[in-house]
Design a protein. Structure first.
Length: 330
């Protein structure tokens, strides 16, 4: 963690050129949560579809969100992001039992889009296993194999809460992931996204080789650092997001989020391209949406997309609450 902290001070960190619209930090915070929302909704109709079946859509311009989503319950990517944000606002440290209880309440009320791994962890919670242990129990029963993307999809609120506190950012990200996704690849892929997003919100960039080295030194699995390095200079097609053997893999979602860091095209076009790359489209676009929204701000999100997001004003207010809480702890 010390090396990750050092990224904040490293001489090679360069400030981005000011954006033309000069978005405020408040707007970029709003952009993160609303970027998760629109990315999630944009990708839902195409989840699990290979890219070759989506080529025809690429000639029709940027994608649209189904207007009916405005009246539907939040999908798991957004719902769990909100649950984590609320849990982070509940105290100075994330309480696993509190987040576990919030997830159980959500499952009872709706649970739309919930992944199998999260469902099994929540079953352990209902059976009385402590929230600090349930995911580890499931992971061990599965032979320590699955590494789904459910933790990285929801991780961005930790950055909004602890943006200028690198050690706390890492600790809380690891904890937030481990509550449902104990595999170290899941935990550290979320750290990679949150560290990069924190720096981006601070107007800084970091070479992915440097980020990978910091993750390696902090104790991340070798596979995480290797997956980070691969993204440097690669195209969206190079990421092979619709690989049937890696669909829903946490490192794929992490890679598309890191890819989004370097994109200069408008958010609408970049997120459309992520979805058209196929695979786990809703989660890939949710992670990329958080990054793009944080860099380009709330104002970069098309109004026609925002109109389809249920309670988008509530999301904007939640982002502001995280910003205020982060300021108090500075």
């Amino acid at each position: 963690m010390d090396l990750i902290s050092a990224l904040w001070q490293h001489s090679e960190l360069q400030s981005h050129q000011p954006l033309a619209a000069d978005p405020t930090l408040k707007d970029r915070y709003r952009g993160v949560l609303l970027g998760v929302a629109v990315g999630n909704l944009l990708g839902i109709p195409y989840e699990g579809t290979p890219a070759r079946y989506l080529h025809a859509l690429a000639t029709q311009g940027p994608l649209t969100i189904d207007p009916g989503e405005k009246y539907a319950p939040w999908d798991d990517d957004l719902a769990q992001t909100v649950l984590l944000a609320k849990a982070l606002l509940a105290g100075n440290s994330l309480d696993p039992e509190d987040l576990g209880a919030r997830l159980l309440d959500w499952e009872r009320e709706n649970g739309r889009g919930m992944g199998n791994l999260t469902r099994r962890v929540l079953r352990e919670l209902r059976d009385g296993t402590p929230a600090s242990e349930a995911a580890q129990v499931v992971w061990q029963k599965d032979g320590r194999g699955p590494a789904g993307n459910g933790a990285v999809m929801r991780c961005s609120p930790v950055t909004l809460r602890w943006r200028r506190h690198p050690q706390k950012l890492v600790e809380e990200t690891l904890l937030s992931a481990a509550i449902t996704h104990y595999d170290p690849r899941c935990q550290w892929s979320a750290v990679a996204i949150n560290v990069a997003l924190a720096l981006a919100l601070d107007g800084k960039s970091v070479g992915l080789n440097m980020l990978a080295a910091a993750l390696d030194s902090a104790g991340a699995p070798d596979t995480v650092g290797e997956a980070v390095r691969v993204v440097e200079g690669c195209s969206l097609e190079d990421l092979d997001l619709d690989d049937p053997n890696a669909m829903g893999y946490t490192l794929k979602a992490m890679q598309v989020g890191l890819w989004a860091l370097a994109q200069q095209e408008p958010l609408q076009e970049a997120l459309s391209r992520v979805v058209l790359a196929g695979g786990d489209t809703d989660t890939n676009a949710a992670v990329a949406g958080a990054v793009l929204g944080g860099i380009q701000s709330y104002e970069a999100i098309p109004a026609t997309w925002l109109e389809c997001v249920p309670e988008h004003d509530r999301l904007a207010q939640l982002a502001y609450q995280l910003l205020m809480q982060e300021a108090i702890n500075t």
